[in-house]
Design a protein around this ligand. Structure first.
Ligand SMILES: *Cc1c(COP(=O)(O)O)cnc(C)c1O
Length: 413
C-alpha cells in the first residue's frame, strides 16, 4: 500500500492499521488493555520516560489501540498528529487546560453545541474572557479580537440551527494575526469537510457522533493540522521546546491536558470507534440523501413554519456549504406552525426516536429548548436563534422512504 498512491477516503481508513505491523497478522488493531509497559531493563524504561526512546509509559498518556485510532483520524483529517480523549467535551477542555493562561481572551462563535457554550461560561469565570460573536461574518470576529486574543473557536455547521461559520475568511484572519484557529468538525466530519483546507490549526471531532456512528462509545479527538506556527504562541512551556516546533502544541496537549487532567479514551471505546469509522462515508452519504429529502418534504408543507438545513437553497449559507462540503450532512432542524404541539408531533413519530445524541445509525429527534438547551434560559436561546418549538433531527441510515412516511404520517394525524 505504500507506493505513494493516494487512496480514497474509505480505502485509506480500512487499510490504516496495516501501515504499521499489526501483531500476529491481525487485520484489526487488537484491544490492548495493559495500563503499564515494561522494557528490557530499568535504564530503557527511563529512556522511554525521558522521550529519548519511543514507547508507552502509562495508559493515561497513550496505548497502541488508541494510537492506531489516532493515526486513522490523522489520515482522515490530512493532519500532522492526533490525540484522543474520553469524550468530545474532554477534547475541548484539553484545549483550555493546556493552551490558555489567565488573562487570555477567546473569540467563539455564538452558535454552539450547548455544552460547549456552558464550558465557555466556566472558562470566563476562571479568568479567561470569552467573546461570543456571530461567526457567519468574519468582520464580527475581527472586531472582537484584542491583543490578548489567543484563540478563535467555531463549529463548521452549528448544532442545532445549522448556521455555517465564514470558515475560510476566519482562517485567513487567524493566520494574519497568528491566532490559533480551532474548528469543531463534528457536524461535518472529515468525510464532508477537512478544516485544514480553510487554515484550521486544531481540528476537534466528537468521535461519539458520525465517526463512531453507532451510539455505542464516547470519544473525542484533536488533530494538529501542522499549519500553525507554534513559535508564535506565547504559552508553550520551555519543557516542550526541546522538540521540533511543529510538535510543540501536541507535546504540551499530551502532557498538560491528557497526562495532568486524565481524560483518556478507553481502549475498548477506541476499538468501537475505529470499527465504526470504517463505514462512515457510506453512512453519511445515506444520511445526507435522506436529510435532504426530509428537509424538502417538510419545507413544502404548510404545517411547517421553518426548516433549517444547509442543503435548502433558502438557507443563508447554502452557497458556502455547496462550495465547501461534499454533501450537506444528516442534521436539520425545523419548527412546526403554532397550534401544533412539538411534543405531540414527536410522540406520533414511530421510527424516529426521541433521544439526545446525533450521528447514530438510527434517526433521533429532540425538542432542543426543553432538553439540551434548557439550562441556558430563554434569552440566550433566542440570541442563538433557537425557538421554543424547535425540533432537531439527526437522520440515521433507515430507508429513505420509511423516514419520509414516518415524518408525513405524524403531520397528518
Ligand atoms: C456532541 C458534540 C460535542 C461533545 O462530544 P461528546 O463526545 O458528547 O462529549 C462537541 N461538539 C459538537 C458539535 C457536538 O455535537
Amino acid at each position: 500500500m505504500n507506493n505513494g498512491k493516494k487512496f480514497g477516503f474509505t480505502t485509506t481508513i480500512l487499510h490504516s492499521d496495516r501501515q504499521k505491523p499489526i501483531e500476529h497478522g491481525s487485520l484489526h488493531k487488537p484491544i490492548h488493555t495493559a495500563v503499564a509497559y515494561s522494557y528490557r531493563d530499568a535504564r530503557e524504561l527511563a529512556q522511554v520516560f525521558q522521550g529519548k526512546k519511543p514507547g508507552y509509559r502509562y495508559g493515561r498518556q497513550g496505548n497502541p489501540t488508541i494510537n492506531a485510532l489516532e493515526d486513522k483520524i490523522t489520515r482522515m483529517e490530512d493532519g500532522m498528529a492526533t490525540l484522543c480523549f474520553s469524550t468530545g467535551m474532554a477534547a475541548i477542555g484539553a484545549v483550555v487546560q493546556a493552551l490558555l493562561r489567565n488573562g487570555d481572551h477567546v473569540v467563539s462563535s455564538s452558535f454552539l453545541f450547548g455544552n460547549t457554550n456552558s464550558l465557555w461560561q466556566t472558562v470566563n469565570l476562571q479568568g479567561m474572557p470569552v467573546s461570543f460573536v456571530d461567526a457567519t461574518r468574519v468582520d464580527n470576529v475581527e472586531r472582537a479580537i484584542t491583543s490578548a486574543t489567543r484563540m478563535v473557536f467555531v463549529e463548521t455547521i452549528a448544532n442545532p440551527r445549522t448556521q455555517i461559520a465564514d470558515l475560510a475568511r476566519i482562517g485567513e484572519l487567524c493566520r494574519e494575526r497568528g491566532i490559533l484557529y480551532v474548528v469543531d468538525n463534528t457536524m461535518t466530519s472529515p468525510y464532508l469537510f477537512r478544516p485544514k483546507q480553510v487554515g484550521a490549526s486544531l481540528v476537534l471531532n466528537a468521535l461519539t457522533k458520525s465517526i463512531g456512528g453507532h451510539g455505542n462509545a464516547l470519544g473525542g479527538s484533536l488533530t494538529d493540522t501542522g499549519l500553525f506556527d507554534w513559535t508564535r504562541y506565547p504559552n508553550i512551556a520551555d519543557n516542550y521546546k526541546r522538540f521540533a516546533p511543529a510538535q510543540w502544541g501536541i507535546a504540551q496537549l499530551r502532557a498538560k491536558a491528557l497526562r495532568d487532567f486524565g481524560g483518556a479514551l478507553g481502549p475498548e471505546a477506541a476499538h468501537h470507534l475505529a470499527v465504526g469509522s470504517e463505514t462512515m462515508a457510506l453512512r453519511i452519504e445515506r444520511e445526507s440523501a435522506s436529510a435532504l429529502a426530509l428537509a424538502n418534504m417538510l419545507n413544502a408543507d404548510e404545517r411547517v413554519a421553518a426548516v433549517y438545513y444547509p442543503g435548502l437553497p433558502s438557507h443563508p449559507q447554502h452557497r458556502l456549504a455547496t462550495e465547501l462540503f461534499r454533501a450537506y450532512g444528516g442534521l436539520f432542524s425545523f419548527e412546526l406552525n403554532t397550534g401544533i404541539d412539538c411534543f405531540d408531533y414527536l410522540n406520533r413519530l414511530q421510527l424516529a426516536i426521541s433521544a439526545s445524541n446525533l450521528g447514530d445509525t438510527r434517526t433521533l429527534v429532540i425538542p432542543v429548548a426543553h432538553t439540551i438547551y434548557h439550562e441556558m434560559g430563554p434569552e440566550r436561546r433566542a440570541s442563538m436563534g433557537i425557538a421554543e418549538s424547535l425540533i432537531r433531527v439527526s437522520v440515521g441510515i433507515e430507508d429513505t422512504e420509511d423516514l419520509l412516511d414516518d415524518f408525513r404520517q405524524a403531520l397528518e394525524q
